[in-house]
Design a protein around this ligand. Structure first.
Ligand code: BTN
Length: 330
């Protein structure tokens, strides 16, 4: 009993030390660390060793002290929690190695009363779902996450959440890597002409409670192309190196929080303006297929209040498009 208590305390101290290192980002003397994590200085090596054994690279300089050099590429709940710099998104996190679908998992957790901002993350999905009933192939190497939101929303505005999800990923990639990232309406993130990320926003009913919005995002980070459908991109293949998934995850969640706050403040024009800066289809001739209906038209704009696409048909008539599968013709 006593030992178990000590073990829990050690785990807590290791998490505190990790948090300290992640936000400090520079060397710190042993005395300073020991004070900040309230741990005896002569036992600090014990905590540092624990982190090193888990794959954290920590360097030591006799004059400057310790510094965290790199973190493991591991979807570990302690690590994700320790480095997450958000107020609401990700305050409750559930991480799975393998799950059917993170969108389904978060819905089940929501039924049990999970709070807004809860996140489910998986390293692999066996029944990943895409838009329009398609499957989202989800092998190891990618990140699959779903966020529980409770916005004031009706089905009319759901597209804006697809846009927010895609924007969060595009902004993250733009910040970390100098690559040619673009968004195809409403929710696909592309690297050149290949799809890197998909977003699935779903509104679900919870008995006697406000409807919830589940924002699911799948990104091909270190995925092998031979495991993915044709026309897919993988960040690793594009960058020619392994990319740390946790760094991407932290930033995506931070961006979601930023854009969700903008949504709540009704800054739709700002969100749409940002989206336009990544969009590669304004001014193009497109074909939209939804069920059996096929439409062809010229993309004029998107409606800032709900994210719907506005196209001009060959007849000259304008039409609002709320969903469907889009192909750029020219
Ligand atoms: C699409 O482009 O069709 C949307 C793909 C959305 C995939 C993500 S992966 C995480 C979340 N869980 C799912 O089952 N689907 C979404």
């Amino acid at each position: 009993m006593f030992d178990l208590h000590k073990k829990e305390k050690d785990i807590q101290k290791v998490e505190e030390l990790l948090k300290f290192f992640l936000f400090k980002k520079d060397y710190s003397l042993g005395e300073v660390i020991s004070k900040r994590v309230s741990f005896p200085i002569d036992k600090l090596d014990f905590l540092i060793n624990k982190l090193q054994k888990q794959g954290y690279d920590i360097s030591f300089n006799p004059h400057l002290g310790f510094r965290l050099e790199s973190i493991p590429d591991k979807l570990d709940v302690g690590l994700i929690r320790a480095g997450l710099d958000t107020k609401k998104i990700g305050k409750e996190i559930y991480v799975f190695d393998t799950i059917n679908s993170t969108n389904d998992a978060i819905f089940n957790i929501a039924l049990k009363g999970a709070k807004e901002g809860s996140v489910v993350i998986a390293a692999r999905q066996t029944k990943g779902r895409g838009r329009q009933g398609r499957t989202w192939i989800s092998p190891k190497g990618g990140i699959y996450l779903s966020i529980l939101l409770v916005p004031d929303i009706d089905f009319e505005r759901i597209t804006i959440f697809n846009i927010i999800g895609a924007l969060a990923v595009a902004e993250t990639l733009n910040k970390f890597f100098n690559i040619d990232v673009s968004i195809k309406w409403p929710n696909d993130v592309y690297l050149k002409d290949k799809k890197l990320c998909g977003v699935l926003a779903e509104i679900k009913k919870i008995h006697k409670k406000k409807d919830v919005l589940i924002l699911g995002i799948g990104i091909n980070i270190n995925s092998s192309l031979d495991m993915l459908p044709e026309q897919s991109a993988s960040l690793k293949v594009c960058m020619n190196r392994q990319v740390n998934k946790v760094l991407i995850l932290w930033e995506v969640l931070k961006q979601i929080e930023t854009y969700y706050n903008l949504y709540k403040n009704r800054e739709f024009s700002y969100i749409l303006g940002k989206w336009k800066s990544y969009s590669f289809m304004l001014g193009h001739q497109i074909e939209i297929t939804e069920g059996k209906s096929v439409l062809e038209g010229y993309v004029i704009n998107i409606d800032p209040s709900n994210g719907n696409l506005i196209i001009r048909l060959d007849s000259g008539l304008e039409k609002v498009v709320t969903g469907g599968c889009m192909k750029i013709l020219k």
